[in-house]
Design a protein around this ligand. Structure first.
Ligand SMILES: Cc1cc2nc3c(=O)[nH]c(=O)nc-3n(C[C@H](O)[C@H](O)[C@H](O)COP(=O)(O)OP(=O)(O)OC[C@H]3O[C@@H](n4cnc5c(N)ncnc54)[C@H](O)[C@@H]3O)c2cc1C
Length: 339
């Protein structure tokens, strides 16, 4: 007999920002990491699948998930060490990401400002190495605490063991690893990253003499509110496709025919803008039944009403095919598809 407080056949609609109508066969609100051993026994005994749900902002759910949904609600923040320059802070995986940044700023711990207003939880931040406005979260992660469902025990990964790369990490392809807490190394003195184009342009225009970390956070929140659809009003999962990373010769050949923006990436490769490719394939604002390309930002697919996982995936295939037809570049999907 399981001592877990499980619910059955609960609706996950309010727990995913695409607002897909989905049900979980079993559902656990995970309040502390010790429950994971019990969850492991339950899964093994009933031979079930499982997945971890955070804020549901980077996920595509099926109509019925016939296994255990582990909804991470582990909270808590505490300082674990400090030097004259840095503060080491441990945050529970179920904390809301943006609340965590806000609290860090209140406490005078800096670095995460550019990642403000990204939906989701602290625990998911290392999973896809969240990034925005010139900053990747890996720059501030010291280590990650996990429960390994294949070994039924706790494990600990230093930053270098996480194999972070653009919107990716060792965790993204390994669902056995459940993040229970993240240890961050933040600055005690502000070190603002103002290099990103939208931020730099704003600063040039505003001519303010002082610009604080709080000002930077407010600016980022404002830019994001103007650019991206609010999932409460227009359900979506943010960027639906990765920005493709291609060989330099592919980029050079595209540049001969198109005025396409390119960005240097690691190992001599070149990053293209998926939003630009979709927009210039003529798809910005394109809608088919319940799903569409957002009319203000071509990288975002939106659910206009009651779309299912299948409808969204079928629509995304159409977008991928059109982009490939025109540019011979293959797009890949960013959100995790749960089956
Ligand atoms: C409007 C909007 C804007 C966005 N902007 C950005 C952006 O600028 N940059 C960016 O990088 N992303 C962005 N995203 C995507 C998303 O917010 C992030 O990927 C976020 O980190 C997902 O967190 P979550 O808690 O919602 O994860 P979920 O969607 O719940 O889960 C995503 C994946 O992570 C896994 N996961 C979740 N929690 C854990 C855990 N504790 N342990 C192990 N695995 C876990 C899940 O199983 C799933 O595979 C945006 C999304 C939206 C809707």
């Amino acid at each position: 007999m399981s001592r877990l407080e499980l619910k059955e056949f609960i609706s996950l609609r309010e727990y995913n920002t695409f607002r897909i109508e989905s049900k979980g066969r079993y559902y656990l609100e995970l309040k502390n990491k010790n429950e994971l051993k019990e969850a492991y026994n339950f899964i093994k005994y009933h031979d079930l699948n499982y997945f971890v749900l955070g804020g549901g902002s980077n996920i595509l759910l099926p109509e019925l998930f016939n296994g255990l949904v582990i909804h991470n609600q582990i909270k808590g923040i505490n300082v674990t060490a400090e030097t004259s320059e840095y503060i080491y802070i441990r945050a529970g995986a179920g904390l809301k990401w943006d609340d965590f940044i806000s609290e860090c700023l209140e406490l005078g711990y800096y670095g995460l400002e550019n990642l403000s207003y990204i939906p989701g939880t602290v625990g998911a931040s290392p999973v896809q190495n969240i990034s925005a406005y010139g900053v990747e979260v890996k720059e501030f992660i010291d280590s990650v605490e996990l429960f390994d469902m294949s070994l039924a025990r706790e494990v600990f990964f230093k930053e270098r063991e996480c194999y972070f790369s653009y919107r990716n990490s060792v965790f993204k392809s390994n669902p056995n690893l459940i993040v229970t807490a993240v240890n961050f190394k933040l600055n005690k003195r502000p070190k603002l990253n103002l290099t990103y184009r939208d931020v730099a342009e704003h600063l040039k225009k505003s001519k303010t003499a002082t610009f604080t970390p709080k000002d930077l956070r407010d600016l980022i929140v404002n830019i994001r509110k103007n650019k991206l659809p609010d999932p409460e009003l227009i359900p979506n999962a943010g960027s639906f496709f990765h920005n493709p990373i291609v060989d330099k010769k592919v980029a050079d050949s595209l540049l001969k025919d198109y005025d396409i923006p390119t960005f240097n990436s690691d190992h001599g490769k070149v990053k293209l803008s998926a939003g630009w490719l979709i927009e210039n394939a003529g798809l910005k604002g394109f809608r088919l039944n319940n799903v569409g390309v957002y009319d203000k930002h071509a990288l975002v697919l939106v659910n206009y009403a009651g779309a299912t996982q299948k409808e969204i995936l079928d629509f995304s295939r159409l977008v991928k095919d059109k982009v490939y037809e025109k540019y011979k570049v293959r797009l890949s999907i960013e959100p995790i598809i749960i089956t």
